[in-house]
Design a protein around this ligand. Structure first.
Ligand code: TMP
Length: 206
């Protein structure tokens, strides 16, 4: 199997990390070279930008500034890490990508279309081959996430913000059904795995 770019999306507490581990194992068992990364992050510079974005001390950050820093972190990781790995034929599993910016900054912060424009510069047109959207009601996700530690700057946003993000994901999934696979994240870990596995097996036969 050649290079493959897989992304996972969803609100806080959707259980992305558990499924990323599973997808990694799935491909390792097939002897593929597979690398996991996250956004914002994955490179030294992108991780520095992540700290700025999530620092709860940066409460005065403007929405446009926020959008541009997410895009800057992405521009760096796409060029330094993701594209070269794909060119070597590796499988990349990325925890969040542009859809997060569309959902959080486009819908959550109400910045709209400009988010796509800025991000097409950031990615240079790179798009995931497949995206799993772990769909969970923001109220349930928020309760789950609260159990895992101190909320970061984005997690501190009110429920209205998180519902707008949720609507954003719904719209993206409706618009791009071939790429974005909605997975019911309220199901058992095993059921979620099975669903993801069936999509991965389909990919293998493409
Ligand atoms: P994480 O907690 O899943 O690692 O993600 C960090 C936070 O950043 C999460 O609350 C979602 C948010 N985020 C955006 O708002 N825009 C983006 O483009 C990305 C990648 C993440």
């Amino acid at each position: 199997m050649g290079g493959l770019f897989i992304t996972l999306e969803g609100g806080d507490g959707a259980g992305k990390s558990t499924q990323i581990e599973y997808i990694e194992k799935f491909f390792k068992e097939k002897n593929c070279v597979v690398v996991c990364t996250r956004e914002p992050g994955g490179t030294r510079i992108s991780e520095m930008l992540r700290n700025i974005l999530l620092d709860k001390g940066n409460a005065e950050m403007e929405a446009v500034t926020e959008m541009m820093i997410y895009a800057a972190a992405r521009a760096q990781s796409v060029r330094e890490f993701i594209k070269p790995a794909l060119a070597r034929g590796e499988i990349i599993i990325c925890d969040r990508f542009v859809d997060s910016s569309i959902a959080y900054q486009g819908y959550g912060r109400k910045l709209g279309e400009m988010v796509s424009e800025v991000n097409s510069i950031a990615t240079g047109g790179l798009r995931p081959d497949i995206t799993f959207w772990l769909d969970i009601d923001p109220k349930i996700g928020g309760v789950r996430a609260a159990k895992t530690g101190e909320p970061d700057r984005l997690e501190r946003e009110n429920l209205g913000f998180h519902y707008r993000v949720y609507e954003g994901y719904k719209k993206i999934a409706e618009k791009e059904p071939d790429r974005v696979k909605r997975i019911d994240a309220t199901g058992s870990i095993d059921d979620i795995r099975k669903e993801i596995r069936s999509y991965l097996e389909e990919l293998g036969t493409r």
